[in-house]
Design a protein around this ligand. Structure first.
Ligand code: DX5
Ligand code: ZN
Length: 216
């Protein structure tokens, strides 16, 4: 399994200690970028990602929840991102998504497509041969600490079935409400990468990593 802790939930007053624990225990670092328009919340800009780049060699997994993903893909790419995932719902059409996927690849980054809980999974099937990551939202994007939506398991199964039937290679990642009580079922549904925010950062982080690893 790939664990991608969401630094939305990090305690920034303890940055040094927490980044050291991430460097030892995490596979990727998940970076939730919110612009106050696409979602009603604002998080970080590229300057903050640069600080992570200087502090870690882990893959920086940027999740753009913004109205203008092309602009943000550029600036986060320059700041050191390794992967840029944007939302299908920003464009609501496949052609614009394909163009941006190509642009992200031209910047030598992995490209990902994400869908909100209300978007039928079949909508993005025509994009899956082009992406490196498919990020399935298991909460409404915008805030950390929400409860996992159980219907996401069937959605994950449908995507992984399509992936198997078409011999595709993207990584299926899930985001929202992941914890040690649902991770096993999530992984059984074909998900490979778990984003976890509040679960990882609340309490003893090393124990939390170990509890999640046991769910494999
Ligand atoms: C929600 C974000 C998530 C979130 C995950 O908009 O995309 O990455 O921070 O946090 P938890 O694990 O607390 O649900
Ligand atoms: Zn996210």
């Amino acid at each position: 399994m790939i664990i991608s802790p969401s630094v939305y939930s990090m305690h920034y007053e303890n940055f040094k200690e927490e980044i050291a624990i991430l460097n030892k225990n995490a596979d990727w670092i998940h970076f939730d970028v919110m612009d106050g328009h696409f979602v009603p919340n604002i998080t970080f800009g590229p300057m903050i990602l640069k600080a992570f780049r200087r502090s870690s060699d882990l893959l920086l997994d940027v999740h753009l929840m913004v109205d203008d993903p092309e602009y943000y893909a550029n600036s986060f790419g320059k700041a050191g991102a390794d992967a840029i995932t944007f939302h299908y719902e920003v464009f609501n059409n496949l052609d614009d998504c394909l163009k941006l996927i190509d642009k992200i690849h031209a910047m030598y980054m992995k490209a990902g497509i994400s869908i909100k809980p209300g978007t039928p999974v079949e909508t993005i099937f025509p994009l899956l041969h082009k992406v490196d990551i498919c990020l399935l939202m298991s909460v409404e994007p915008g805030f950390g600490g929400q409860s996992f939506m159980e219907e996401s398991l069937d959605r994950a199964k449908a995507i992984s079935e399509y992936k198997k039937n078409n011999d595709l290679n993207f990584i299926l990642e899930i985001d929202g409400g992941v914890n040690d009580l649902n991770a096993h079922r999530i992984l059984q549904s074909g998900v490979q990468a778990l984003v976890a925010g509040s679960f990882i950062f609340e309490g003893n982080m090393e124990n939390n990593f170990a509890r999640l690893r046991k769910c494999e």
